[in-house]
Design a protein around this ligand. Sequence first.
Ligand SMILES: Nc1ncnc2c1ncn2[C@@H]1O[C@H](COP(=O)(O)OP(=O)(O)OP(=O)(O)O)[C@@H](O)[C@H]1O
Ligand SMILES: [Mg+2]
Length: 214
Amino acid sequence: MVIIIGNQKGGAGKSTLTLLLANFLTQVKEIKVTVVDMDYQQSLAQKYEKSKVLENIAPYEVIAAELEHFPVINKLMAEKPKEVLLIDLPGKLDDDGLIPIFKAADLVICPFAYDEFSYESTILFSVVLRQINKSSVIYYVPNRVKANVRYETQQDVNTQLLKIGKLAPPIPDRIDFQRTNTFMTPLAVVPIILSVFEPVYEEIKKMLPAPANR
Ligand SMILES: Nc1ncnc2c1ncn2[C@@H]1O[C@H](COP(=O)(O)OP(=O)(O)OP(=O)(O)O)[C@@H](O)[C@H]1O
Ligand SMILES: [Mg+2]
């Protein structure tokens, strides 16, 4: 199955959530995962190479690829129905290379922040995605939420997003998240990660072959 992590907004937390979800699925749920870094700067692929040197056993692979490579990658994945392809998308919408990726997405993780610009980008991303793929489940993840800030529009934003998809519990703005490297989820963020990803995993379970076949 194909999971994409996307939002048109830069810095929303796509790459961070991609790694955390890859760690969660691999290390907590024992699901086989391949991460595809389609981000411009390909930061994930670079981190992966570094941590491979430091930690030597890699629980999953991170490959760097262009949007144009997706149809072939997806074709090869068809032979591995029990595996999950996690795609970290670039923060852009003006590329036809996205069309087959949006089409193939079974599940969409969309991190966003409670500010005006992030909201607009999130809606734009959702509208474009929905034009191409009507059925995928979208999980909106509020990210970098600051404990001492009152977000004027939070309730309205939640109401609008819930018309399109599901809403995860918020992820706080915490320095620990900046320490997420490829294979290590900082212990301090585990409770937050579980509250966000356990419901996501329930969706994934419905889409993968039964555990007995895994
Ligand atoms: N919950 C959080 N708390 C604190 N820092 C965070 C959190 N989530 C992400 N960050 C930091 O915010 C920055 C942007 O996050 P990230 O790189 O995951 O976003 P992105 O959507 O992949 O960005 P880009 O569009 O540049 O690819 C990073 O420095 C990351 O460490
Ligand atoms: Mg990124």
